[in-house]
Design a protein around this ligand. Structure first.
Ligand code: NAD
Ligand code: DAU
Length: 356
């Protein structure tokens, strides 16, 4: 048996592929366009592993996807492929519409065509799992209950709007064509291979390089953090036992204000790799202009996943964040390879007009 993973060279996708092949002998076809966020180095340990077939390509390439599904007799698709960074969606929404909406649509069309040609037993067993985000639900006030699967969609950024559109398409393909889909909406991930444009890896790297740690606005925006390997275990569980057509929220019950997260990073770095001058990395914290339309609070109610499928995260924020800092300290070569020309021009674009 074989599964098709899309976006498997990105942050969560590569963790998923590595964990999958560590736990199972079922082969993975990994389709990734290798945008700036896709990094084959994440999969270097699989170089000589015949169970992993890497294909550079676009989920929007209908013919390619259909060919991969047919040639490999794929029994499930896990769709991670997306443009994923909110700030980039503010500077340039077009790529988000192309991949997250049009790309997802073409992927669904290819999967529908393939699925229609399967025999009844294969049809019943087939799954398409679409990986989505809590951002589709909008922003919570301080005292609101966490997002449940029944919450209304209220996306506020071009990124979350494009993910919401893809979620709706996935839902529609189940209702209209009977495609056996599953959707997961997860909160903020962190851990190994996280691209250093996102808050946690950016702040670790800026701290070590003596650069400012940029806090948007007042730093009191709240995110619900989940260690990436717990997200991967949730996806495996939903793929295995989730009810077809259902949505499952995934989260770590770890609501933290951004400023608290950055102070935690600084404290761990102070302990593991103290600054030469003996001062705390927290001295590098710098308040900068806020993100336009910045969502104030996300929080996930993962109760359905826990009740129905018995899933629970293995890591607390305290254990996960320490592992993450240790990983970045041990993998400075990985970070340095990522910090190439393209990455520098993104930093110039995003931070040039945010005055500290
Ligand atoms: P990422 O940006 O690190 O990786 C995305 C991957 O998709 C990259 O390898 C990229 O090359 C690939 N890709 C982009 N466009 C493609 C296309 N048209 N065809 C094929 N491949 C393409 O993203 P991530 O953080 O790993 O997120 C993965 C998925 O999980 C996304 O769908 C995202 O919306 C969702 N998600 C992310 C988080 C998070 O905290 N990072 C939380 C919840 C949900
Ligand atoms: O909630 C899930 C989402 O989490 C995923 O769907 C997205 O793909 C993923 O990128 C992430 O989105 P966020 O916008 O929450 O993540 P980011 O790391 O960009 O920002 C986290 C918080 O930190 C957010 O409130 C913005 C703030 N921030 C971010 C950066 C990059 C700063 O204060 N300073 C920064 O320099």
């Amino acid at each position: 048996m074989t599964i098709l993973v899309t976006g498997g060279a990105g942050f969560i996708g590569s963790n998923f592929v590595l964990d999958w092949l560590a736990a199972s002998d079922e082969a993975v076809v990994n389709l990734d366009k290798l945008t700036y966020a896709g990094n084959p180095e994440n999969l270097a340990s699989l170089r000589d592993d015949a169970r992993h077939v890497f294909v550079k390509g676009d989920i929007g390439d209908y013919a390619l996807v259909l060919d991969l599904l047919t040639r490999h007799r794929v029994r499930a698709v896990v769709n991670f492929a997306a443009e994923s960074h909110v700030d980039r969606s503010i500077h340039g929404p077009e790529d988000f519409i192309q991949t997250n909406i049009l790309g997802s649509f073409r992927l669904l069309e290819a999967v529908r065509c393939y699925w229609n040609g399967l025999d009844d037993a294969e049809k019943n067993a087939f799954r398409l799992l679409h990986v989505s985000t809590d951002e589709v639900y909008g922003s919570l006030a301080k005292t609101d209950p966490p997002f449940a699967e029944s919450n209304q969609y209220q996306p506020n950024s071009p990124y979350s709007a494009s993910k919401a559109a893809s979620d709706h398409l996935v839902r529609a393909y189940h209702h209209t064509y009977g495609l056996p889909v599953l959707t997961t909406n997860c909160s903020n991930n962190y851990g190994p291979y996280h691209f250093p444009e996102k808050l946690i890896p950016l702040c670790i790297q800026n701290a070590l390089s003596g650069k400012p740690l940029p806090i948007y606005g007042d730093g009191q925006q709240i995110r619900d953090w989940l260690y990436v390997k717990d997200h991967c275990s949730a996806i495996r569980r939903v793929l295995e036992a989730g009810r077809v057509g259902e949505v499952y929220n995934v989260g770590g019950w770890n609501e933290k204000a951004n400023l608290e997260v950055v102070h935690t990073l600084c404290a761990i770095l102070d302990e593991l790799q103290p600054r030469a001058d003996g001062k705390s990395y927290a001295e590098q914290i710098t308040y900068v202009t806020d993100r336009p339309g910045h969502d104030r609070r996300y929080a996930i109610d993962a109760g359905k996943l826990e009740r129905e499928l018995g899933w629970k995260p293995a890591e607390s924020f305290e254990t996960g964040i320490r592992k993450t800092v240790q990983w970045y300290l041990r993998h400075q070569d990985w970070v340095n390879n990522v910090l190439s020309g393209d990455y520098q021009s993104w930093l110039d674009k995003n931070y040039a007009n945010r005055h500290g």
